[in-house]
Structure formats: C-alpha cells, structure tokens
Design a protein around this ligand. Structure first.
Ligand code: HEC
Ligand code: HEC
Length: 312
C-alpha cells in the first residue's frame, strides 16, 4: 500500500514536471520570435534609418525620433514611413512642416518597407524613447577645439592623399576649394570654401556629412560612409577655409579654356599622324604594285617577244 502510494506520488510529480515543461516550452516558443524580431527590427533601423535619424541624439537630416508618437498619432506615422513623398504631396500640413524643417530634403522610401515593418519601427522607436539612453543616440561628435593636425588631415582627405577608410571617392574629384590649383578640384559639385557657413557650422555640417542626402552624393557615399574622425577633420578644414574667398572661377575658366585649346591641337596633330599613317598604309602597296607592274611590264613584254622570236 505504502509502495503503491509512493509510485502514485512519483507519477504525479512526473506528470507535473511534464506539464510545467510543456508550459515553459510554449512560453519560450512564444517569446523567441518576439526577441528575434526585436533584434531584427533594431538591425533594420540601424542599417536603414540611422543615417538620418537618432533617437534622443538630436536632429540629423531627419528629425530626432525620440517621443515621435507623442507628437503625432501612430496610424499617421505608419502611413508616412511607407510613402513619405505621397504624404507630403497630399498637402498634409504636418508633413509640410516636417519637410520645411528638413530644409526641403524628402525622406526616401526605404528598401523592404511595408505596413508590418512600419508598425514595427514605430513600436521600436516608442520603446527606445522610454529608455534613458537609447542605443540609437547616434554618433557623438567631439566638441574639442580643432587642431592644426585636424585641419591638415582634413585637407589630405579632401585631395585624396589620405584614402577614405570606407572607400569613398575623394572630395576633390567633384569639388573645388580656395587653396587647390586651377585643376585641383572637380567641377561637378559646388566650391566648398564657404560651406562651413552655408551649412550652419560644426554640428549641422558634421551631421550632414554622416549621410550626404544630395542626389549626386547619396549614391556615392551610401555604401561608403565617412568615419566620424574623418568628418571631424574635414569640418576642421572647412572651418578654416571659411575665412578665405572661393577658388577664382575666372582664372579656373581661362585655364580650362587654354587646356582645351592645347588638347584640341594635340588631337588634331594625332589625327593627322594617324591619318597619314593610314594613307601611307593604303598608298604604299599601291605604289609598290604600280612600280612592280612597270618594272615587270617591259620584262614580260621582252620575254614574250623573245619567246615569239624563238618561235619564229
Ligand atoms: C535620407 C534620410 C532619411 C532616411 C534614410 C530615413 N528618414 Fe525618416 N525622415 C527623414 C526626413 C528628412 C524627415 C522629415 C520629413 C521630410 O522632410 O521628408 C523624416 C521623417 C520621419 C518621421 C516623422 C518624424 C516626425 O517628427 O514626425 C518618422 C517617424 C521617420 N522619418 C522614420 C524613419 C524610419 C523608421 C526610417 C528607416 C526605416 C527612416 N525614417 C529613414 C529622412 C530620412
Ligand atoms: C561624385 C561627385 C562628388 C563627390 C566625390 C563628392 N561630392 Fe559633395 N557634392 C557633389 C554635388 C554634385 C553636390 C551638389 C548637390 C548635388 O547635386 O547633389 C555636392 C554637395 C556637397 C555639399 C553641400 C554643399 C552646399 O553648399 O550645400 C557638401 C558639404 C559636400 N558636397 C561635401 C563633400 C565632401 C566632404 C566630399 C568628400 C568626402 C564630397 N562632397 C565628395 C558631388 C560630389
């Protein structure tokens, strides 16, 4: 009897164990995707949103997203994220205000965005906003005064003698500067001598360079972002440059014209040489042929007459 009881209680315990194990397993199974999804959302935000937004780190190209759900309802935000342009074009006053604050830069449609993802992003932003320090506060720029070394490094980066760590294209292939020789700078982008003032100083210019959002620069730097130290050096160089006047456009233009002239002459010369070569290449066999024909002419005639004579 005692024995049976013991067996009974044993199986009872075992049964409980199984049940609790099952409950625990179910809980883990339910929680796992949530954790994985949280990580996946964070990864997605880091890769696709952090170039323009911080959560609690101040404005970059786009607004600081801390407590955005307190400024605007979630439904609107989820719709906006999926197609910012459409919302702006619809004449929505809140979207118009956002656009104005972003100095006319429109948020792009982010790759892989859909309704579920947008809702996920808003949930992530809301959760991160509650933390005293979000992991998405963004890059912190030094506020230490610039040194001569910073300025020299910045110039070296600008002209490409110091390579960009992430493989970006040197600035001088598209931009000119007051202290570059006439051919030192590219012409695709604007002269950057006064850009420090134009883009409103150290913090704003630094933030701008994290994610250059212009049509030409975004595709070039999207996959080759500038490092924080590189930005610091470049901004040091720009700050110093702001005291100078822009590269003299007329001198540059004359030099450009002259070089064009030299180049044109060189091309004409080259064509001349090539053409003569080709002409000779056609003419030489022709002349040779005629000469051979002339030389052969009397010979053939002679041998024919000799043959005729021999026959006769
Ligand atoms: C190229 C820069 C850029 C990227 C990348 C970007 N945004 Fe934006 N975002 C903006 C700008 C600029 C605005 C302000 C509206 C405008 O001008 O289009 C904005 C506005 C917003 C707003 C509304 C903010 C407010 O104050 O109401 C939310 C929310 C938002 N973005 C979320 C995101 C999320 C989430 C991602 C990533 C999936 C993202 N953004 C990627 C530039 C960007
Ligand atoms: C492939 C060419 C190209 C390269 C390389 C390039 N830029 Fe630009 N950048 C442009 C163009 C073009 C513009 C003008 C806006 C536009 O049309 O996209 C511009 C605009 C800018 C502006 C804004 C100027 C203003 O007055 O608003 C800054 C700042 C800037 N570039 C900095 C840099 C820096 C720093 C580098 C090097 C790390 C660099 N750029 C490399 C093409 C380039």
């Amino acid at each position: 009897m005692k024995f049976a009881l013991h067996v009974n209680s044993c199986s009872l315990v075992r049964g409980w164990g199984k049940a609790s194990f099952r409950i625990a397993a179910t809980l883990v199974a339910m929680a796992l995707p949530a954790v994985a999804m949280g990580q996946e959302s964070a990864r997605y935000f880091r890769a696709n949103c952090m170039t323009c937004h911080t959560i609690g780190g101040g404005r970059l190209t786009g607004p600081d997203l801390k407590d955005v759900t307190k400024r605007k309802d979630k439904e609107w935000l989820i719709k906006f994220i999926q197609n910012p342009s459409a919302m702006i074009d619809s004449g929505d006053p809140y979207a118009a205000k956002l656009l104005e604050e972003a100095r006319g830069v429109k948020m792009p449609v982010v790759a892989g965005m859909n309704a579920a993802r947008a809702a996920d992003m808003i949930a992530l932003i809301e959760a991160e906003s509650k933390l005293p320090e979000s992991q998405f506060q963004g890059a912190k720029f030094s506020t230490k005064p610039f040194t001569d070394k910073d300025r020299a490094t910045g110039r070296a980066i600008f002209v490409g003698s110091q390579k960009l760590k992430n493989g970006g294209t040197a600035c001088n292939s598209c931009h000119s500067m007051y202290d570059l020789p006439a051919f030192g700078g590219g012409r695709l982008g604007p002269d950057l001598t006064l850009v420090y003032e134009r883009l409103k100083g150290r913090k704003a210019l630094s933030a701008w360079l994290i994610s250059p959002a212009t049509e030409t620069m975004q595709p070039v730097f999207k996959d080759h972002p500038l490092e924080v130290e590189e930005i610091n050096s470049l901004v040091a160089y720009f700050e110093e440059a702001a005291g100078h006047t822009e590269a003299n456009a007329s001198v540059t233009r004359i030099a450009f014209l002259l070089s064009g002239l030299v180049l044109a002459t060189a091309i004409i010369f080259l064509f001349d040489v090539l053409w003569k070569g080709r002409f000779r290449a056609v003419r030489r066999p022709l002349v040779e042929g005629i000469r051979r024909a002339i030389h052969r002419g009397p010979q053939t005639a002679g041998s024919a007459s000799v043959a005729a004579e021999a026959d006769g």
